[in-house]
Design a protein around this ligand. Structure first.
Ligand code: ASP
Length: 286
């Protein structure tokens, strides 16, 4: 039931979330659905080769192959779709949506996901840019890792929510490694009667706590989105204090249009969009 219609709203992770939130916001401004807004916003980041942790130009696995994880969840139908360890496709969030809409399944992985994407008409393309190849070659000489996810939650003018995540996961991961981002309830979760959430950071830790689900459950029990994100981080750190030294961050949007975020780090840049415009929050510069 959505008796009261809130203003459309979008929240998205990291600095690159600004362009995503703007693109998603344009869909909502034109009267579009939250689900279309999530896909359109995330596509912008997936297609940008300068973003080296998502889609085209993402960091490869230890063997130099880019493997992508993505998931999308639709509030009104409570349906979801996901792909894991998908190679050679630039827009994994769109493949995740096809899994949701065109199959009886929720997740396709690896070669099966690729074959499905090709059957759906997605072109097969090399995802490693000269720049990411260079970084991979440097890494082979000197270990180190990076990661980030575009996570986005949108609320449309009909009061419906959707959320999505897309990432190349941990750079130089073992081939076949899957993080939290395509796991419903970990990297993202939506309950259309409550709100939506998405996560970013080290997926191995996030998925052990079903972080996306937990944020939404805290909101269900009356917490504002900010408090729900903080409590989820607190729950994780209470059980695993060493996680204070790794990056984990959460965004949330309630069904009445309130934003929230929290992180294990003092700064967590994220973008929020309302019809008044887009704003960066969560860092000293914003
Ligand atoms: N959560 C992503 C993963 O573990 C990475 C990130 O968001 O930083 O694959």
């Amino acid at each position: 039931m959505n008796a009261r219609k809130p203003e459309p709203a979008v929240i998205a992770t990291w600095k690159f979330g600004k362009a995503a939130a703007e693109a998603a916001g344009e869909v909502l401004r034109a009267g579009g659905r939250a689900l279309d807004a999530v896909e359109a916003g995330i596509n912008v980041v997936e297609l940008d080769p300068k973003v080296t942790s998502v889609g085209y130009g993402g960091r490869p696995n230890a063997e130099g192959i880019v493997e992508l994880d993505a998931a999308i969840m639709d509030g009104p139908s409570h349906n979801a779709g996901a792909v894991a360890a998908l190679r050679n496709i630039r827009r994994p969030i769109s493949v995740a949506r096809k899994v949701m809409e065109q199959t009886p399944h929720v997740m396709l992985a690896d070669d099966g996901a690729l074959r499905f994407a090709v059957l759906q008409g997605f072109p097969e393309e090399e995802l490693l840019t000269p720049q990411s190849r260079l970084h991979w070659e440097e890494w082979r000489l000197k270990a180190g890792t990076t990661h980030d996810t575009i996570g986005l939650v949108a609320l449309d003018a009909d009061g419906n929510l959707a959320a999505g995540c897309s990432t190349s996961g941990l750079a130089y991961k073992l081939p076949g490694r899957v993080g939290d981002s395509p796991i419903i309830g970990s990297g993202l979760y939506v309950d259309n009667d409550v709100g939506g959430a998405a996560a970013t950071g080290v997926g191995e830790e996030i998925m052990k706590f079903c972080a996306g689900f937990l944020v939404v459950e805290f909101m269900r029990s009356g917490c504002a989105p900010d408090e729900a994100c903080r409590r989820t981080i607190a729950r994780i750190l209470a059980k695993t204090p060493a996680n204070k030294d790794i990056t984990m961050a959460l965004i949330a949007l309630s069904r009445d249009g309130q934003f929230g975020a929290a992180s294990t780090r003092p700064e967590f840049p994220h973008a929020v969009w309302t019809p008044a415009g887009v704003q960066m929050r969560g860092s000293a510069e914003s």
